[in-house]
Design a protein around this ligand. Structure first.
Ligand SMILES: [Zn+2]
Ligand SMILES: [Zn+2]
Length: 273
């Protein structure tokens, strides 16, 4: 087995929030890629406490951060992650949170983004009111392993990264708002989601394009039109997976991995209009 093209290469990780320990292990294990954190002002790209507005899509924001890390470090490989939590314009309906990872290989012209949507997030707010207990809220959001942000009645941030009752108690006054701190290093739920996504990125980069040999071969689209098992008309069901290369744009179609070759008449517009 020949060495992967990224064996021993360095990739800039644009981060302020300690994501290294979630992102680096799968990339070094599978590809031999050395992840180097680069301190950039990622908050300039939008903050969880709302002081900077976010523009574009999650994928664009993650790519912009990765480019900033490459510029700051002089490395030609870049990596960055972006989290979005509901309600948020980037999130699909019903989702609680989404993590997005961007990877750039500038010499190859390779740009890859992967996203994972989850319902599982501790994202929440709570306004402190006189005579009520905050204990239920604290339990629900996983405090103190998950940190809090405290805001005053006018929305000013009074404290971030609050992880103990000694700090929280004097701030938990009626009219103040408690919010989950969504920065990755303050939020083990996010760190687990980022770790899982880094594993997917490593698998994706390990696969090389059968045509040009670039890393990142994998699913880029789905072919719909799975035939109905009763009338053989095409349905909206997935018939095949389309793999592609983001560098040379070579594409190949492969059968569904689950071996399904026909749709149930219940999902057919002809048999079950
Ligand atoms: Zn049918
Ligand atoms: Zn290719």
């Amino acid at each position: 087995m020949p060495e992967h093209p990224y064996e021993g290469r360095r990739v800039a990780l644009a981060t302020q929030h300690g994501k290294l320990r979630a992102l680096a292990p799968p990339l070094v294990r599978r590809l031999g890629l050395i992840v180097e954190p680069v301190a950039i002002d990622t908050d300039a790209f939008g903050t969880f406490t709302g002081t900077t507005a976010r523009t574009g899509t999650a994928a664009e924001a993650a790519l912009a951060k990765a480019r900033a890390g490459m510029a700051a470090s002089g490395l030609d490989l870049g990596l960055a992650s972006e989290g979005s939590f509901g309600p948020h314009p980037w999130l699909p309906f019903g989702a609680g949170g989404m993590e997005t990872l961007a990877f750039i290989d500038a010499p190859r012209g390779l740009e890859l983004t992967l996203s994972a949507v989850s319902r599982r997030t501790n994202f929440a707010q709570h306004e402190v009111s006189a005579g009520t207990d905050i204990a239920a809220f604290l339990t629900r959001v996983g405090f103190p392993s998950h940190a809090l942000v405290v805001r005053g009645p006018d929305g000013d941030v009074l404290a971030t990264g609050v992880q103990d009752m000694a700090t929280l108690s004097p701030l938990a006054w009626p009219g103040n708002r408690l919010e989950t701190d969504m920065r990755a290093h303050m939020n083990p739920t996010r760190m687990a989601a980022i770790r899982a996504l880094a594993g997917r990125l490593a698998v994706r980069l390990a696969a090389l394009c059968p045509d040009c040999g670039a890393p990142g071969w994998g699913q880029v689209d789905l072919l719909r039109g799975l035939p109905c098992s009763s009338c053989n008309q095409p349905t909206q069901g997935v018939m095949a997976i389309i793999d592609g290369c983001t560098v040379c744009h070579h594409r190949e179609t492969r059968p569904r991995p689950d071996g399904v070759t026909a749709a149930s008449p219940a999902s057919c517009d002809w048999c079950n209009p």
